[in-house]
Design a protein around this ligand. Structure first.
Ligand code: NAD
Length: 482
Protein backbone atom coordinates (compact mmCIF):
# COMPACT_ATOMS: atom_id res chain seq x y z
CA UNK A 1 0.00 0.00 0.00
CA UNK A 2 1.15 3.48 -0.68
CA UNK A 3 1.71 6.11 1.92
CA UNK A 4 -1.30 8.28 2.74
CA UNK A 5 -1.22 11.93 3.71
CA UNK A 6 -3.85 12.80 6.26
CA UNK A 7 -4.74 14.82 9.29
CA UNK A 8 -7.10 13.02 11.67
CA UNK A 9 -9.15 15.02 14.11
CA UNK A 10 -10.64 12.68 16.67
CA UNK A 11 -13.53 14.10 18.68
CA UNK A 12 -13.62 12.04 21.85
CA UNK A 13 -9.86 11.50 21.84
CA UNK A 14 -9.77 10.70 25.56
CA UNK A 15 -12.51 8.11 25.25
CA UNK A 16 -12.59 4.36 25.56
CA UNK A 17 -13.03 3.71 21.83
CA UNK A 18 -10.07 5.91 20.92
CA UNK A 19 -7.79 4.11 23.34
CA UNK A 20 -8.92 0.57 22.73
CA UNK A 21 -9.52 0.64 18.99
CA UNK A 22 -8.46 3.77 17.13
CA UNK A 23 -4.93 4.33 18.46
CA UNK A 24 -3.86 0.68 18.10
CA UNK A 25 -5.35 0.53 14.58
CA UNK A 26 -3.59 3.72 13.52
CA UNK A 27 -0.37 2.18 14.80
CA UNK A 28 -0.89 -0.85 12.56
CA UNK A 29 -1.23 1.47 9.58
CA UNK A 30 1.96 3.17 10.72
CA UNK A 31 3.83 -0.14 10.95
CA UNK A 32 2.81 -0.91 7.39
CA UNK A 33 4.04 2.44 6.13
CA UNK A 34 0.57 3.59 5.11
CA UNK A 35 0.93 6.37 7.64
CA UNK A 36 4.57 7.40 7.61
CA UNK A 37 5.79 10.99 7.64
CA UNK A 38 2.92 13.05 6.31
CA UNK A 39 0.29 12.55 8.95
CA UNK A 40 -0.82 13.99 12.26
CA UNK A 41 -3.57 13.23 14.72
CA UNK A 42 -5.35 15.76 16.86
CA UNK A 43 -7.19 14.30 19.81
CA UNK A 44 -9.85 16.58 21.19
CA UNK A 45 -12.13 16.23 24.20
CA UNK A 46 -13.16 18.25 27.19
CA UNK A 47 -10.36 17.26 29.55
CA UNK A 48 -7.41 19.65 29.85
CA UNK A 49 -4.72 17.25 28.65
CA UNK A 50 -1.35 18.23 27.17
CA UNK A 51 0.21 16.84 23.99
CA UNK A 52 2.62 14.90 26.19
CA UNK A 53 -0.19 13.33 28.15
CA UNK A 54 -2.02 12.22 25.02
CA UNK A 55 1.24 10.81 23.67
CA UNK A 56 1.68 8.80 26.88
CA UNK A 57 -1.86 7.48 26.53
CA UNK A 58 -1.14 6.51 22.93
CA UNK A 59 2.04 4.69 23.95
CA UNK A 60 0.11 2.81 26.62
CA UNK A 61 -2.57 1.90 24.09
CA UNK A 62 -0.02 0.21 21.80
CA UNK A 63 2.38 -1.20 24.37
CA UNK A 64 1.19 -4.78 23.81
CA UNK A 65 2.70 -4.63 20.34
CA UNK A 66 6.37 -5.62 20.09
CA UNK A 67 6.98 -3.05 17.38
CA UNK A 68 6.04 -0.31 19.82
CA UNK A 69 9.45 -0.65 21.47
CA UNK A 70 11.23 0.72 18.42
CA UNK A 71 8.45 2.67 16.68
CA UNK A 72 6.16 3.78 19.47
CA UNK A 73 7.83 7.05 20.41
CA UNK A 74 8.09 8.27 16.83
CA UNK A 75 4.48 7.28 16.12
CA UNK A 76 3.22 9.02 19.27
CA UNK A 77 5.08 12.21 18.36
CA UNK A 78 2.51 12.75 15.59
CA UNK A 79 -0.27 13.16 18.20
CA UNK A 80 -1.49 16.54 19.46
CA UNK A 81 -4.12 17.37 22.00
CA UNK A 82 -6.65 20.17 21.91
CA UNK A 83 -8.97 20.69 24.85
CA UNK A 84 -12.29 21.44 23.32
CA UNK A 85 -15.92 21.88 24.25
CA UNK A 86 -17.88 21.02 21.14
CA UNK A 87 -20.46 23.72 21.87
CA UNK A 88 -17.94 26.54 22.10
CA UNK A 89 -17.29 28.30 18.78
CA UNK A 90 -14.03 29.84 20.04
CA UNK A 91 -12.53 26.40 20.44
CA UNK A 92 -13.00 25.67 16.76
CA UNK A 93 -10.93 28.70 15.90
CA UNK A 94 -8.07 27.31 18.00
CA UNK A 95 -8.59 23.94 16.37
CA UNK A 96 -8.41 25.42 12.89
CA UNK A 97 -5.14 27.13 13.67
CA UNK A 98 -3.65 23.94 15.04
CA UNK A 99 -4.87 22.00 12.00
CA UNK A 100 -3.31 24.54 9.64
CA UNK A 101 -0.04 24.46 11.52
CA UNK A 102 0.15 20.66 11.43
CA UNK A 103 -0.90 20.53 7.81
CA UNK A 104 2.10 22.65 6.98
CA UNK A 105 4.52 20.96 9.35
CA UNK A 106 3.76 17.48 7.98
CA UNK A 107 2.96 18.55 4.41
CA UNK A 108 -0.44 16.92 4.49
CA UNK A 109 -1.90 18.82 1.54
CA UNK A 110 -5.29 19.48 3.06
CA UNK A 111 -6.58 15.91 3.52
CA UNK A 112 -8.75 15.70 6.62
CA UNK A 113 -10.63 12.96 8.41
CA UNK A 114 -12.97 13.97 11.20
CA UNK A 115 -13.66 11.03 13.47
CA UNK A 116 -16.69 11.58 15.69
CA UNK A 117 -16.17 9.18 18.60
CA UNK A 118 -18.50 10.72 21.12
CA UNK A 119 -22.18 10.98 21.86
CA UNK A 120 -24.15 11.37 18.59
CA UNK A 121 -26.09 14.26 20.08
CA UNK A 122 -23.03 16.41 19.33
CA UNK A 123 -22.58 15.29 15.72
CA UNK A 124 -24.70 18.03 14.16
CA UNK A 125 -23.03 20.78 16.17
CA UNK A 126 -19.59 19.51 15.26
CA UNK A 127 -20.40 19.18 11.55
CA UNK A 128 -21.82 22.69 11.49
CA UNK A 129 -18.78 24.22 13.17
CA UNK A 130 -16.33 22.30 11.01
CA UNK A 131 -17.90 24.06 8.07
CA UNK A 132 -18.59 27.52 9.52
CA UNK A 133 -15.17 27.81 11.19
CA UNK A 134 -13.51 26.58 7.99
CA UNK A 135 -11.86 23.54 9.48
CA UNK A 136 -12.85 21.71 6.32
CA UNK A 137 -10.26 22.50 3.69
CA UNK A 138 -10.62 23.42 0.07
CA UNK A 139 -7.36 21.77 -1.01
CA UNK A 140 -7.66 18.10 -0.13
CA UNK A 141 -10.54 15.85 0.90
CA UNK A 142 -12.77 16.20 3.94
CA UNK A 143 -14.31 13.01 5.29
CA UNK A 144 -16.41 12.52 8.36
CA UNK A 145 -16.52 9.17 10.14
CA UNK A 146 -19.27 8.61 12.67
CA UNK A 147 -19.70 5.97 15.33
CA UNK A 148 -22.83 4.13 16.29
CA UNK A 149 -25.54 4.40 17.48
CA UNK A 150 -26.92 6.09 14.39
CA UNK A 151 -30.27 7.16 15.82
CA UNK A 152 -32.76 5.19 17.88
CA UNK A 153 -35.49 4.99 15.24
CA UNK A 154 -35.98 6.12 11.67
CA UNK A 155 -36.98 9.67 12.62
CA UNK A 156 -34.03 10.37 14.90
CA UNK A 157 -31.64 8.71 12.43
CA UNK A 158 -32.98 10.95 9.69
CA UNK A 159 -32.53 14.07 11.85
CA UNK A 160 -28.99 12.99 12.67
CA UNK A 161 -28.28 12.26 9.04
CA UNK A 162 -29.70 15.60 7.88
CA UNK A 163 -27.67 17.46 10.49
CA UNK A 164 -24.45 16.06 9.01
CA UNK A 165 -25.34 15.78 5.33
CA UNK A 166 -26.12 19.48 5.28
CA UNK A 167 -22.35 19.93 5.48
CA UNK A 168 -20.87 16.69 4.13
CA UNK A 169 -22.06 14.95 0.95
CA UNK A 170 -22.85 11.22 1.12
CA UNK A 171 -19.56 10.25 -0.53
CA UNK A 172 -17.62 11.92 2.30
CA UNK A 173 -19.83 10.48 5.04
CA UNK A 174 -18.62 7.20 6.56
CA UNK A 175 -21.00 5.52 9.01
CA UNK A 176 -19.16 2.87 11.01
CA UNK A 177 -20.60 -0.60 11.39
CA UNK A 178 -17.47 -2.36 12.56
CA UNK A 179 -18.90 -5.79 11.68
CA UNK A 180 -18.38 -4.80 8.05
CA UNK A 181 -14.66 -4.55 8.76
CA UNK A 182 -14.42 -8.11 10.10
CA UNK A 183 -12.48 -10.52 7.92
CA UNK A 184 -15.09 -13.26 8.11
CA UNK A 185 -17.97 -10.93 7.32
CA UNK A 186 -16.08 -9.75 4.25
CA UNK A 187 -15.65 -13.42 3.38
CA UNK A 188 -19.39 -13.78 2.78
CA UNK A 189 -19.04 -12.11 -0.61
CA UNK A 190 -15.88 -14.08 -1.40
CA UNK A 191 -17.60 -17.38 -0.62
CA UNK A 192 -20.76 -16.53 -2.51
CA UNK A 193 -19.37 -14.91 -5.61
CA UNK A 194 -16.05 -16.66 -6.25
CA UNK A 195 -17.22 -20.26 -5.90
CA UNK A 196 -19.50 -21.67 -8.56
CA UNK A 197 -20.33 -24.46 -6.16
CA UNK A 198 -21.88 -22.12 -3.61
CA UNK A 199 -23.29 -19.73 -6.15
CA UNK A 200 -25.31 -22.55 -7.66
CA UNK A 201 -27.02 -23.51 -4.41
CA UNK A 202 -27.32 -20.10 -2.76
CA UNK A 203 -31.08 -19.80 -3.09
CA UNK A 204 -34.45 -20.99 -1.84
CA UNK A 205 -34.30 -24.20 -3.89
CA UNK A 206 -31.40 -25.51 -1.81
CA UNK A 207 -31.21 -23.47 1.36
CA UNK A 208 -33.66 -24.54 4.02
CA UNK A 209 -32.96 -21.88 6.64
CA UNK A 210 -30.29 -19.47 7.81
CA UNK A 211 -29.34 -18.91 11.44
CA UNK A 212 -27.42 -15.93 12.75
CA UNK A 213 -26.15 -15.78 16.32
CA UNK A 214 -24.40 -12.79 17.90
CA UNK A 215 -24.00 -13.78 21.52
CA UNK A 216 -22.17 -11.95 24.26
CA UNK A 217 -21.04 -13.36 27.58
CA UNK A 218 -20.84 -9.95 29.23
CA UNK A 219 -23.75 -8.15 30.84
CA UNK A 220 -24.61 -4.49 30.50
CA UNK A 221 -21.34 -3.46 32.23
CA UNK A 222 -20.72 0.31 32.30
CA UNK A 223 -23.17 1.19 29.56
CA UNK A 224 -26.44 1.00 31.50
CA UNK A 225 -27.49 4.56 30.68
CA UNK A 226 -27.17 4.04 26.95
CA UNK A 227 -28.48 0.49 26.98
CA UNK A 228 -31.70 1.49 28.70
CA UNK A 229 -32.46 3.80 25.78
CA UNK A 230 -31.61 1.10 23.24
CA UNK A 231 -32.05 -2.61 24.04
CA UNK A 232 -30.83 -5.54 21.97
CA UNK A 233 -33.05 -4.88 18.96
CA UNK A 234 -31.67 -1.39 18.38
CA UNK A 235 -28.16 -2.14 19.61
CA UNK A 236 -27.44 -5.25 17.51
CA UNK A 237 -30.23 -6.09 15.05
CA UNK A 238 -30.73 -2.74 13.30
CA UNK A 239 -27.08 -2.52 12.32
CA UNK A 240 -24.93 -5.65 12.55
CA UNK A 241 -27.51 -8.38 12.00
CA UNK A 242 -29.38 -6.64 9.19
CA UNK A 243 -26.08 -5.83 7.48
CA UNK A 244 -25.12 -9.51 7.66
CA UNK A 245 -28.52 -10.48 6.26
CA UNK A 246 -28.10 -8.10 3.35
CA UNK A 247 -24.71 -9.62 2.47
CA UNK A 248 -26.12 -13.15 2.70
CA UNK A 249 -29.23 -12.57 0.61
CA UNK A 250 -28.44 -9.82 -1.88
CA UNK A 251 -28.33 -10.63 -5.57
CA UNK A 252 -24.90 -10.78 -7.14
CA UNK A 253 -23.76 -7.21 -7.78
CA UNK A 254 -22.84 -6.29 -11.35
CA UNK A 255 -19.25 -5.62 -10.27
CA UNK A 256 -17.08 -5.42 -7.20
CA UNK A 257 -17.63 -1.74 -6.75
CA UNK A 258 -19.05 0.39 -4.00
CA UNK A 259 -22.09 1.54 -5.96
CA UNK A 260 -23.04 -1.89 -7.34
CA UNK A 261 -22.66 -3.66 -4.00
CA UNK A 262 -24.55 -0.93 -2.24
CA UNK A 263 -27.42 -1.07 -4.70
CA UNK A 264 -27.93 -4.80 -4.08
CA UNK A 265 -27.62 -4.46 -0.31
CA UNK A 266 -30.22 -1.72 -0.28
CA UNK A 267 -32.52 -3.84 -2.42
CA UNK A 268 -32.18 -6.79 -0.03
CA UNK A 269 -33.03 -4.62 2.98
CA UNK A 270 -35.95 -3.13 1.14
CA UNK A 271 -37.19 -6.68 0.54
CA UNK A 272 -37.42 -7.55 4.25
CA UNK A 273 -40.90 -8.83 4.95
CA UNK A 274 -42.86 -6.58 7.31
CA UNK A 275 -45.07 -8.15 9.95
CA UNK A 276 -48.39 -7.04 11.38
CA UNK A 277 -48.30 -6.41 15.14
CA UNK A 278 -49.83 -9.82 15.85
CA UNK A 279 -47.25 -11.51 13.64
CA UNK A 280 -44.44 -9.69 15.44
CA UNK A 281 -45.55 -11.34 18.66
CA UNK A 282 -45.43 -14.72 16.92
CA UNK A 283 -42.14 -14.25 15.12
CA UNK A 284 -40.05 -12.28 17.59
CA UNK A 285 -38.96 -13.12 21.11
CA UNK A 286 -37.67 -10.55 23.57
CA UNK A 287 -36.23 -11.34 26.96
CA UNK A 288 -34.16 -10.12 29.89
CA UNK A 289 -31.43 -11.98 31.76
CA UNK A 290 -32.18 -13.04 35.30
CA UNK A 291 -29.74 -14.13 38.01
CA UNK A 292 -27.83 -17.32 37.36
CA UNK A 293 -24.35 -18.76 36.97
CA UNK A 294 -23.08 -16.52 39.80
CA UNK A 295 -24.28 -13.36 38.03
CA UNK A 296 -26.98 -10.89 38.97
CA UNK A 297 -30.02 -10.29 36.79
CA UNK A 298 -30.51 -7.24 34.58
CA UNK A 299 -32.96 -5.60 36.98
CA UNK A 300 -30.40 -5.79 39.80
CA UNK A 301 -27.68 -4.06 37.76
CA UNK A 302 -26.56 -0.55 38.76
CA UNK A 303 -28.55 2.28 37.20
CA UNK A 304 -31.25 -0.04 35.86
CA UNK A 305 -34.79 0.70 37.06
CA UNK A 306 -36.27 -2.33 38.79
CA UNK A 307 -39.25 -2.29 36.46
CA UNK A 308 -37.21 -1.82 33.27
CA UNK A 309 -38.64 -3.64 30.24
CA UNK A 310 -35.53 -3.18 28.08
CA UNK A 311 -34.75 -6.42 26.26
CA UNK A 312 -31.25 -7.84 26.62
CA UNK A 313 -32.06 -10.66 24.21
CA UNK A 314 -33.95 -10.86 20.98
CA UNK A 315 -34.64 -13.74 18.64
CA UNK A 316 -36.66 -13.56 15.48
CA UNK A 317 -37.66 -15.15 12.22
CA UNK A 318 -37.22 -12.91 9.19
CA UNK A 319 -37.73 -13.22 5.48
CA UNK A 320 -36.08 -11.42 2.59
CA UNK A 321 -38.63 -11.52 -0.17
CA UNK A 322 -36.38 -11.26 -3.17
CA UNK A 323 -36.18 -13.70 -6.04
CA UNK A 324 -33.63 -16.04 -4.50
CA UNK A 325 -34.62 -15.99 -0.86
CA UNK A 326 -38.36 -15.66 -0.54
CA UNK A 327 -39.63 -18.43 1.70
CA UNK A 328 -36.30 -19.08 3.45
CA UNK A 329 -36.62 -18.40 7.18
CA UNK A 330 -33.72 -16.42 8.60
CA UNK A 331 -33.53 -17.03 12.33
CA UNK A 332 -31.59 -14.48 14.32
CA UNK A 333 -30.68 -14.14 17.96
CA UNK A 334 -28.50 -11.87 20.00
CA UNK A 335 -28.18 -11.21 23.67
CA UNK A 336 -26.10 -10.43 26.69
CA UNK A 337 -25.02 -12.88 29.41
CA UNK A 338 -25.32 -15.86 27.09
CA UNK A 339 -23.08 -18.92 27.28
CA UNK A 340 -20.16 -17.37 25.44
CA UNK A 341 -19.14 -14.69 23.00
CA UNK A 342 -19.80 -15.99 19.51
CA UNK A 343 -20.63 -14.58 16.12
CA UNK A 344 -21.67 -17.24 13.66
CA UNK A 345 -23.83 -17.89 10.66
CA UNK A 346 -25.22 -21.37 9.98
CA UNK A 347 -26.66 -22.02 6.57
CA UNK A 348 -28.68 -25.17 6.65
CA UNK A 349 -29.39 -26.85 3.33
CA UNK A 350 -32.51 -28.81 2.53
CA UNK A 351 -32.71 -32.49 3.21
CA UNK A 352 -32.19 -34.59 0.16
CA UNK A 353 -35.10 -36.42 -1.33
CA UNK A 354 -33.62 -39.75 -2.23
CA UNK A 355 -34.36 -43.36 -1.76
CA UNK A 356 -30.76 -44.32 -2.40
CA UNK A 357 -30.00 -44.23 1.31
CA UNK A 358 -32.42 -44.58 4.11
CA UNK A 359 -32.99 -40.84 4.26
CA UNK A 360 -33.28 -40.81 8.04
CA UNK A 361 -29.56 -41.46 8.28
CA UNK A 362 -28.59 -38.44 6.21
CA UNK A 363 -27.41 -35.39 8.06
CA UNK A 364 -28.05 -32.03 6.48
CA UNK A 365 -25.31 -30.07 4.80
CA UNK A 366 -24.59 -27.05 6.95
CA UNK A 367 -22.22 -24.28 6.02
CA UNK A 368 -21.00 -22.47 9.12
CA UNK A 369 -19.21 -19.18 9.00
CA UNK A 370 -17.64 -18.87 12.41
CA UNK A 371 -16.80 -15.18 12.57
CA UNK A 372 -15.75 -15.26 16.21
CA UNK A 373 -13.97 -16.77 18.00
CA UNK A 374 -12.55 -19.17 15.42
CA UNK A 375 -12.52 -17.21 12.18
CA UNK A 376 -13.13 -20.32 10.11
CA UNK A 377 -15.65 -21.73 7.68
CA UNK A 378 -16.95 -25.28 8.03
CA UNK A 379 -19.04 -27.44 5.76
CA UNK A 380 -20.87 -30.33 7.29
CA UNK A 381 -21.08 -33.28 4.89
CA UNK A 382 -21.86 -36.99 5.00
CA UNK A 383 -19.26 -39.63 4.27
CA UNK A 384 -19.08 -43.38 4.51
CA UNK A 385 -18.17 -44.86 7.83
CA UNK A 386 -14.97 -46.88 7.59
CA UNK A 387 -15.51 -50.62 7.55
CA UNK A 388 -17.97 -53.25 6.45
CA UNK A 389 -21.47 -52.29 5.40
CA UNK A 390 -22.51 -48.82 4.27
CA UNK A 391 -23.16 -46.58 7.21
CA UNK A 392 -22.87 -42.84 6.87
CA UNK A 393 -21.26 -40.47 9.32
CA UNK A 394 -21.16 -36.70 9.41
CA UNK A 395 -17.85 -35.10 8.65
CA UNK A 396 -16.72 -31.52 8.94
CA UNK A 397 -14.76 -29.95 6.11
CA UNK A 398 -12.72 -26.92 7.07
CA UNK A 399 -12.83 -24.51 4.21
CA UNK A 400 -10.53 -21.86 5.43
CA UNK A 401 -7.83 -21.77 8.00
CA UNK A 402 -6.67 -18.76 9.82
CA UNK A 403 -3.10 -18.97 8.69
CA UNK A 404 -1.16 -18.67 11.92
CA UNK A 405 1.57 -16.65 10.27
CA UNK A 406 -0.76 -13.97 9.00
CA UNK A 407 -2.14 -11.53 11.48
CA UNK A 408 -5.78 -10.82 10.78
CA UNK A 409 -6.21 -7.05 10.79
CA UNK A 410 -8.65 -5.63 13.31
CA UNK A 411 -11.90 -4.36 11.84
CA UNK A 412 -11.03 -0.78 12.80
CA UNK A 413 -7.69 -0.95 11.02
CA UNK A 414 -9.34 -2.02 7.78
CA UNK A 415 -12.07 0.57 8.08
CA UNK A 416 -9.63 3.40 8.80
CA UNK A 417 -7.65 2.41 5.73
CA UNK A 418 -10.84 2.29 3.64
CA UNK A 419 -11.71 5.79 4.85
CA UNK A 420 -8.20 7.01 3.95
CA UNK A 421 -8.66 5.57 0.47
CA UNK A 422 -12.16 7.02 0.15
CA UNK A 423 -13.78 3.59 -0.21
CA UNK A 424 -17.14 3.40 1.57
CA UNK A 425 -18.05 -0.16 0.51
CA UNK A 426 -17.69 -1.41 4.09
CA UNK A 427 -19.64 1.41 5.68
CA UNK A 428 -23.39 1.76 6.05
CA UNK A 429 -25.02 3.89 3.39
CA UNK A 430 -27.91 6.13 4.44
CA UNK A 431 -30.49 4.13 2.50
CA UNK A 432 -29.34 0.91 4.15
CA UNK A 433 -29.62 2.56 7.55
CA UNK A 434 -33.05 3.95 6.67
CA UNK A 435 -34.57 0.62 5.53
CA UNK A 436 -33.04 -1.14 8.52
CA UNK A 437 -34.62 1.36 10.91
CA UNK A 438 -38.00 1.13 9.24
CA UNK A 439 -37.96 -2.63 9.73
CA UNK A 440 -36.80 -2.40 13.34
CA UNK A 441 -39.30 0.36 14.12
CA UNK A 442 -42.15 -1.90 13.06
CA UNK A 443 -41.03 -4.56 15.56
CA UNK A 444 -40.42 -2.02 18.29
CA UNK A 445 -43.84 -0.42 17.77
CA UNK A 446 -45.65 -3.75 18.04
CA UNK A 447 -43.85 -4.41 21.34
CA UNK A 448 -44.52 -0.93 22.66
CA UNK A 449 -48.19 -1.46 21.84
CA UNK A 450 -48.18 -4.52 24.07
CA UNK A 451 -47.71 -7.35 21.59
CA UNK A 452 -45.38 -10.12 22.70
CA UNK A 453 -44.35 -10.79 26.29
CA UNK A 454 -41.01 -10.06 27.81
CA UNK A 455 -39.49 -13.47 28.66
CA UNK A 456 -36.64 -14.30 31.03
CA UNK A 457 -33.49 -16.37 30.74
CA UNK A 458 -30.86 -17.18 33.33
CA UNK A 459 -27.35 -15.77 32.87
CA UNK A 460 -25.10 -18.31 31.18
CA UNK A 461 -27.85 -19.91 29.07
CA UNK A 462 -28.51 -19.47 25.35
CA UNK A 463 -31.68 -17.44 25.96
CA UNK A 464 -35.27 -18.19 26.90
CA UNK A 465 -37.21 -21.32 26.04
CA UNK A 466 -39.28 -19.22 23.60
CA UNK A 467 -36.21 -18.86 21.40
CA UNK A 468 -36.00 -22.66 21.02
CA UNK A 469 -39.73 -22.86 20.38
CA UNK A 470 -39.49 -20.33 17.58
CA UNK A 471 -37.52 -22.91 15.59
CA UNK A 472 -39.20 -26.04 16.93
CA UNK A 473 -42.53 -24.83 15.54
CA UNK A 474 -40.98 -25.07 12.08
CA UNK A 475 -39.36 -28.44 12.81
CA UNK A 476 -35.90 -26.90 13.28
CA UNK A 477 -33.46 -26.28 16.06
CA UNK A 478 -30.55 -23.95 16.59
CA UNK A 479 -27.45 -25.53 15.06
CA UNK A 480 -25.31 -23.78 17.65
CA UNK A 481 -26.38 -24.76 21.15
CA UNK A 482 -23.74 -22.91 23.11
P1 NAD B 1 -16.36 7.70 26.22
O1 NAD B 1 -17.42 8.15 27.15
O2 NAD B 1 -15.26 6.86 26.73
O3 NAD B 1 -15.70 9.00 25.53
C1 NAD B 1 -16.46 10.09 25.11
C2 NAD B 1 -15.53 11.21 24.68
O4 NAD B 1 -16.30 12.38 24.35
C3 NAD B 1 -14.54 11.62 25.74
O5 NAD B 1 -13.31 11.84 25.09
C4 NAD B 1 -15.14 12.93 26.26
O6 NAD B 1 -14.16 13.82 26.80
C5 NAD B 1 -15.74 13.51 25.02
N1 NAD B 1 -16.80 14.51 25.27
C6 NAD B 1 -17.98 14.33 25.89
N2 NAD B 1 -18.67 15.50 25.93
C7 NAD B 1 -17.92 16.44 25.31
C8 NAD B 1 -18.09 17.83 25.00
N3 NAD B 1 -19.18 18.53 25.35
N4 NAD B 1 -17.10 18.46 24.32
C9 NAD B 1 -15.99 17.80 23.96
N5 NAD B 1 -15.78 16.48 24.22
C10 NAD B 1 -16.72 15.80 24.89
O7 NAD B 1 -17.11 7.01 24.98
P2 NAD B 1 -16.57 5.87 24.00
O8 NAD B 1 -16.85 4.55 24.60
O9 NAD B 1 -15.17 6.17 23.56
O10 NAD B 1 -17.57 6.02 22.76
C11 NAD B 1 -17.46 7.06 21.82
C12 NAD B 1 -18.47 6.81 20.72
O11 NAD B 1 -18.20 5.56 20.11
C13 NAD B 1 -19.91 6.74 21.18
O12 NAD B 1 -20.75 7.26 20.17
C14 NAD B 1 -20.15 5.26 21.34
O13 NAD B 1 -21.51 4.90 21.20
C15 NAD B 1 -19.32 4.72 20.19
N6 NAD B 1 -18.93 3.34 20.36
C16 NAD B 1 -18.05 2.96 21.34
C17 NAD B 1 -17.67 1.64 21.46
C18 NAD B 1 -16.65 1.22 22.48
O14 NAD B 1 -16.25 0.05 22.44
N7 NAD B 1 -16.23 2.05 23.39
C19 NAD B 1 -18.19 0.69 20.61
C20 NAD B 1 -19.10 1.08 19.62
C21 NAD B 1 -19.46 2.42 19.51
Amino acid sequence: EIEQKALFIIFGGTGDLAKRKLYPSLFQLYKKGILKDNFAIIGTARRPWSDEHLQEVVKEAIEGDEAAVSLGAEFASHFYYQSHNVNDTEHYVTLRKLAEKLDEKYQIEGNRLFYLAMSPRFFGTIAQHLKSQKIVTTKGYNRVIVEKPFGRDFESAKDLNDSISKYFPEEDFFRIDHYLGKEMIQNIMALRFSNNLFRAVWNNRYIDNIQITLSEALGVEERAGYYETAGALRDMVQNHILQIISLLTMNMPASYSESDIRREKIYALKSLKKYSAVKVAENFVRAQYSAGDGQIGYLQENEIANDSTTETFVAGKLFVNNENFSGVPIYIRTGKRLTKKTTRIDISFKEMETSFFDSKKLGRNILTINVEPEGKVFLQTNIKKIGQGFDLVPSLMELQLNNENVVVPEAYEKLLLDALLGDATNFAHWEEVAYAWKFVDSIRKAWDDGNGNLAEYPCGSMGPRESEELLERDGHQWVFDG
